[in-house]
Design a binder for this molecule. Structure first.
Ligand SMILES: [Zn+2]
Length: 497
């Protein structure tokens, strides 16, 4: 059995603020990493996160602020680290593409890929103000005029290096179709296969140094700097030590690479081509998550409906955040967020269904049995196959739903057997004591099962539940798991009464 596992997340540009999409990457990877470690403590799970720090946009932003690019990224990469830490993600490796090891490793990668690299003329849309190229799509979107400088893009030619992406197409299609590189969900796989079957064109992978300075220098050609692809995508292998630290081979290929749907094309075409060119195996699975909309509208700065993950966590607590985004945003599809939904589900499902259940069972054990939990060893093991299968399929929302179905069932069980009624018969009915003890032991055992299922999702809550029931005696004082909150629904702007 493999003793090492590896999961990765996409690395965002540091010139923007961390958003919900980034948080979703970190959350999904963290759920998987925690689950694997819990399942097999002997396994070494490596979990990469990081920041993409080169390119025109960053160079430009730094210039506006009167900083050099490196100083600027030193100040901004911490915004992402802050979010990951606030989310208690259990990453093991943090990479910045400005790290010296990464820079040297990417130069090595360039040289190793040189049989697939050639120099040719590149022509594209260029803004002198931005000092950068825009893609055809971007140029069309802005009607041929730079949105920042209100001047028309110019058609400019540049001498660049190109990567022979076109020659890898058939091999990539074969790898995806045979399942060597799995793409989840299935309809994303179909989507990318159609794209690949249309044929791939070679891509420009460098810029002349007059057009871009803040990037990794192309080896042996001082006139050229690397463009984003080779630099950013390589992070997944350089962070674990490629090429000079042999332990990278224990972790590569990655078991899972978590990405958003907007970057699937790069990860399912350019990235496998690079790996094939390097004679490295392809990642086993690309897990493609969707976008989070707000009230069924795309989040955008201009609409002013951008949801800040940091703000949500500060208002409602981390587990409330992890709960909503793991259970109510489908792992493999788009999802919808509103403050009202978030708050209602928090109050109904976390405070009421789970929080009250735990409180109810623990306080009955304290009241009727002086805190002593009956014999839980007699209770048979529970079938958790639905849960484990969902985790295996990377459908985390279904796994946590299974835990909350158990919460619902236990609430129903208690309403049926009514232990508080049995307690009233303790003086008169000689069987009542054993019966009550059995009900409460069954409930405590079931809550231990639920806490185990919740560990990857709501680590703090799961630990609190486990702490209450694991030692045979319920410790005092009892503290509610969740406080009811009315923050946003109280807000007059969105109040409905
Ligand atoms: Zn411009």
């Amino acid at each position: 059995m493999k003793k090492q596992l590896y999961i990765t997340t996409a690395i965002p540009y540091v010139n923007a603020k961390p958003h919900i999409g980034n948080a979703l990457d970190y959350l999904l990877a963290d759920i998987w990493a925690r689950y694997q470690r819990e399942k097999n403590p002997n396994i070494n799970v490596r979990f990469q996160v990081g920041t993409d720090e080169h390119g025109n946009k960053i160079e430009q932003k730094a210039k506006e602020l009167g900083l050099d690019a490196k100083t600027y990224t030193d100040q901004t990469y911490v915004n992402f680290k802050y979010l990951m830490d606030l989310m208690q993600t259990t990453y093991t490796d943090f990479i910045r593409t400005s790290d010296e090891h990464h820079v040297r490793a990417v130069q090595y990668i360039w040289q190793k890929l040189s049989p697939y690299i050639y120099k040719a003329k590149y022509s594209g849309w260029y803004c002198v103000g931005c000092e950068r190229f825009y893609t055809d799509l971007e140029a069309t979107e802005h009607n041929g005029i730079c949105p920042d400088h209100q001047r028309p893009f110019e058609r400019v030619e540049d001498e660049n290096y190109f990567f022979k992406l076109s020659s890898f197409g058939p091999k990539i299609i074969e790898a995806i179709e045979s399942g060597k590189m799995k793409i989840l969900p299935d309809y994303r796989k179909t989507e990318i296969l159609n794209l690949l079957k249309d044929g791939l064109t070679d891509i420009s992978i460098s810029r002349s140094v007059e057009k871009l300075k803040w990037g990794i220098p192309v080896p042996n050609d001082p006139t050229q700097v690397m463009y984003v692809w080779l630099d950013a995508l390589s992070n997944y292998i350089t962070v674990i030590g490629y090429p000079d630290r042999p332990e990278y081979a224990d972790f590569w290929p990655a078991d899972v690479q978590v990405i958003g749907k907007d970057i699937l094309r790069f990860h399912a075409a350019i990235w496998p081509a690079m790996l094939m060119g390097l004679d490295l195996p392809l990642p086993k699975t690309l897990l493609v998550h969707g976008h989070v909309h707000v009230n069924n509208v795309k989040m955008s700065k201009s609409l002013g409906n951008v949801v800040d993950p940091v703000e949500l966590i500060k208002e409602y607590g981390l587990d409330a955040f992890r709960y909503f985004f793991s259970r109510h945003i489908p792992t493999q599809d788009d999802g919808d967020f509103t403050y009202e939904k978030f708050e209602t589900l928090y109050n109904n499902e976390l405070c009421n269904d789970l929080g009250n259940l735990v409180h109810r069972v623990a306080s009955m054990i304290l009241r009727y049995q002086a805190g002593v939990i009956g014999d839980v060893k007699k209770i048979g093991a529970k079938d958790l196959s639905i849960y484990h299968q969902a985790m295996k399929n990377l459908e985390f929302n279904k796994a946590i739903e299974d835990a909350f179905n158990a919460v619902k069932n236990l609430n129903r069980y208690l309403d049926e057997v009514k232990p508080w009624k049995v307690a009233k018969e303790l003086e008169t009915n000689p069987d009542a004591k054993d019966h009550l003890s059995e009900i409460l032991a069954t409930s405590a055992k079931e809550l231990l099962n639920i806490s185990m299922q919740l560990k990857p999702f709501l680590p703090d809550t799961a630990n609190k539940i486990e702490h209450l029931f694991k030692d045979g005696v319920v410790p005092e004082p009892l503290i509610p798991l969740f406080e009811r909150k009315y923050i946003k629904t109280k807000d007059p702007r969105i109040s409905h009464d």
